[in-house]
Write a protein that binds this ligand. Structure first.
Ligand code: FA5
Ligand code: MG
Length: 428
């Protein structure tokens, strides 16, 4: 499927990447791996009995029930949009600057310099606004190069939403109030430079409109959290920054003695609305992670379990009533196997320039889902030779059976061999 797979920055010969019968020209941005391509189309969020799908349904039900327009749901739902998007969709349309760290090759899975696996569902916001929609949910799989542990997996699922309102809707009870400052003319939006220097609002918006939208946004999201977790859940709002909203917040809930971030949200930057069409509206948007909610709701201890096809796992979520309280019971817990890997870096790399995410992808590719965690354990510079060395510990555990030491050794050897080939390192 993939004629070139690479973890490192060293370019190999020109080739193509084939994804869903479509061929893409590879370039020095290409870093998507066959393993990642293999997750396309799994659509866990649409699979009956998968916990992610149950949480998705409960969220959709909440929005359907809470917002109706003459008896019909006011929100439309898009849960089948292609995860292969352009850098314009994922970044440019959302005002994400060219030098923003979220664009880095070390953080995203690129097909080539113009096309990537979407890193958030917000990638579809502009195109859906442009098609004339005003209230909508976007649900699907997103892809990020990240660390490996019980709450991180390179593929996870998000629910994103946009709710726009015109003056007549927002201020139905206060026709004297305005969405926009007098200096901003919706008919000539480009004559006004919108700024975000004031922490409380965008310069084009009135304080009244911003505050009312903020109150609605927070009420709707707390309503959702209550619908999912019950009224007793502890929450807090944290000020945040996103290039595509202002002001912005994150919502955290208190779970297992820790504050856990479950979503980001804010008032959509007016430039985005103006270039997509509805230039006389104000909108809020949010994006939440389905895995985090499902893990907390059902007490699922490891994010890899979401991908289980084991009936012992899935049958626990076969409730007729999707609001039923379900607590996951471990099918059984198999022992963990730990192996360290240490290597000398080639002179071209240092302990500061070596990209751990490149190594994590390689481990994931060779080791597959039996890799539970990879941790950087030690960095070392030899006092005499000045050679740089790194040590990672790799935790192996199969979710459904006991691994033998021999089996783990074989995978570990294969990882060492692949690391030597990909990064030109020398195993210590
Ligand atoms: C975003 O992705 C923004 N697009 C959200 C947004 C949308 C903000 C619209 C404003 C307006 P962030 O990277 O924080 O933001 O991710 C959003 C949520 O996805 C997080 O709160 C978390 O619940 C979930 N999430 C993020 N990274 C991971 C991960 N590695 N594993 C599991 N869940 C994750
Ligand atoms: Mg965040």
């Amino acid at each position: 499927i993939l004629h070139r797979c690479k973890y490192s920055t060293a370019p190999k010969s020109v080739s193509t990447v084939q994804i869903n019968q479509k061929e893409f020209v590879a370039d020095d941005y290409t870093n998507v791996t066959p393993k990642i391509i293999s997750y396309l189309g799994r659509n866990l969020h649409l699979q009956k009995d998968n916990p992610l799908s149950i949480v998705r349904q409960r969220i959709v039900n909440y929005f359907y029930k809470s917002f109706t327009l003459r008896g019909n749901p006011a929100f439309s739902v898009y849960d089948n949009l292609s995860p292969i998007v352009t850098t314009k969709q994922n970044f440019d349309d959302l005002l994400i600057p060219l030098d923003h760290p979220s664009r880095a090759k070390s953080d995203c899975y690129y097909v080539n310099k113009d096309v990537l696996f979407r890193a958030h569902m917000t990638a579809h916001q502009s195109e859906l606004l442009r098609s004339g929609l005003d209230n909508f949910l976007m649900i699907g799989d997103v892809y990020r190069r990240d660390e490996i542990d019980s709450t991180h997996f390179p593929v996870f699922h998000q629910v994103d939403a946009v709710r726009t309102q015109r003056k007549e809707e927002l201020f139905a009870d206060h026709p004297d109030l305005e969405i926009f400052e007098p200096a901003f003319d919706p008919e000539n939006p480009h004559k006004f430079t919108n700024t975000i220097t004031d922490p409380s609002k965008q310069s084009c918006h009135t304080l009244e409109a911003t505050k009312l939208m903020e109150a609605q946004l927070k009420n709707h999201l707390i309503g959702l959290v209550h619908a999912l977790f019950g009224k007793d859940v502890k929450h807090r709002w944290v000020e945040a920054y996103f290039p595509f909203t202002h002001p912005s917040w994150e919502l955290e809930i208190f779970y297992e003695n820790n504050w856990m971030e479950v979503l980001g949200c804010g008032i959509v930057r007016n430039e985005i609305l103006v270039s997509a069409g509805p230039n006389n509206s104000i909108a809020y948007a949010f994006g939440l992670g389905l895995e985090r909610l499902a893990m907390a709701l059902y007490k699922i201890p490891d994010i890899r379990l979401m991908w289980s096809t084991d009936s012992g796992f899935l049958t626990q979520f076969q409730e007729k009533d999707i609001d039923a309280k379900i607590t996951y019971k471990p099918v059984s817990s198999y022992p963990q196997c730990k192996n360290d890997i240490s290597f000398w870096l080639p002179p071209t790399l240092s302990i500061d320039t070596f990209m751990s995410n490149d190594f994590y992808d390689l481990v994931r590719d060779i080791g597959g889902d039996i890799v539970e965690q990879v941790k950087l354990k030690d960095k070392f510079v030899h006092p005499k030779t000045k050679k740089h060395s790194l040590c990672y510990s790799i935790m192996y555990r199969h979710l459904e059976r006991t691994l033998t030491q021999a089996e783990v050794n074989e995978v570990h050897k294969a990882i060492e061999k692949a690391a030597v080939e990909a990064f030109n390192v020398v195993i210590r």
